[in-house]
Write a protein that binds this ligand. Sequence first.
Ligand code: EPZ
Length: 423
Amino acid sequence: MKKEQKFEIQGGRELRGEIKVNGAKNSALKVLASVVLTEEEIEITNFPFIEDTKRMLELLENLGAEIETDEKNKTIKIKPKEIKDGNLRGELVKKLRASILLVGPLLARFGKVNMIYPGGCVIGKRPIDIFLDGFQKFGSKVEWSDEGFKITSRQKRLIGTTIFFPKITVTGTEAMMMTAVLAEGKTVLKNCAMEPEIKILANYLNENGAKIQGAGTPTMIIEGVEKISAGNFSVVPDRIETGTFVIMGLLCKSEIIVKNCVPDHLGAVLPILKKAGANLEIGEDYIKVKKGTALKATSISTHEYPGFATDLQPPYTLLMTQAEGMSLIHETIFEGRLFFTDQLNSMGTAIVMCDPHRVVISGPTGLYGKTLTSPDLRAGITLVLAGMIAFGKTTIENVYQIDRGYENIDERLNSLGADIKRV
Ligand code: EPZ
């Protein structure tokens, strides 16, 4: 493990120029999990080389996959032919909650999976009950031990089933969709998540022989097939990076262009930013942030797609500390995703926590540079943005959390005029 790195940020710099959005972490991680469903080679372009995707590649290598990476061209090729069993052991699983996504495909292919409990972030307890209930409904047995669990299919092939999700879960939806692809017969999934990356994954699997209907809507019907092949997958631009950079432009009262993005994938975020007074020019594949009047405090509730994305709540919460008036931020998805606000208050903001799901913000307030610790990746990037608008110097520790989801973020923001040193 390389020595703990830190960011040292000098605030108050105006930004200018354009920043390209990278491939989406939360799409790349899922197509990597789908690799296990077939023996065929896949080529992935516009691949984001970030800590989370590197961990997932290491997990696939540990299972026996052969991987060729070409970081310069953002491309990887994976030959999964040598994957022979579903033993997901070791520290890697603890580092990456998304490793749970491998379980369904491994179970569908090999009929047996051994796994230790996956890690989580600090944003909430991150249970996996919906996954384990789902695997049992496909006709498998789950045996728990204190450090993990073993899942065994009761018959040669998993059997298609009907699953009504008790909560809308993004990876739960993706995991059950992938498991159903090779199960025998029909699977119906109800109360599905509708994030864009789910439909993108379903389209890719259908191009290679799967029979998935209704992805992107609350109800999916999957006809199981014997096997599927693999092909080329280009990772869609990251909607959370896009939203983060737009909010950064507004925070720094700068004119920047966020390029290579899909504005449509931001759902309710852009209309809400406009309602708060943001002066945005929205193109086909770019968003131009223009200077404008001071923002007005605008309350939000996070919501599953296409509502206001919980992953953009932390940057938006910071933005509201710079808006005029009082706003309520209601984080409905995770119970641990507002605790970073105490670090913002140490910089001079006025945020009152009503309960773990709600804070009330009064603004605008000036921020002063501090030494902070990044709790999770979305709060981490928010602390970087806070340092960029704070008076003086801000030091952020534990930048691994930020590197999990934002590739070369210091270099990319410095190219816009920020002053961030990685030490
Ligand atoms: C995905 O996490 C994303 N991660 C998260 O992004 C994102 O914040 C989240 O969806 C919500 O949009 C990836 O796609 C890899 P959930 P996921 O299952 O699927 C409960 C980031 O910053 N739940 O949709 O793990 C859960 O506790 C990350 O990139 C159960 O109760 O989130 C939560 O309250 C953070 N039991 C709710 O569902 C389960 O078995 C929604 O979580 C599973 C989930």
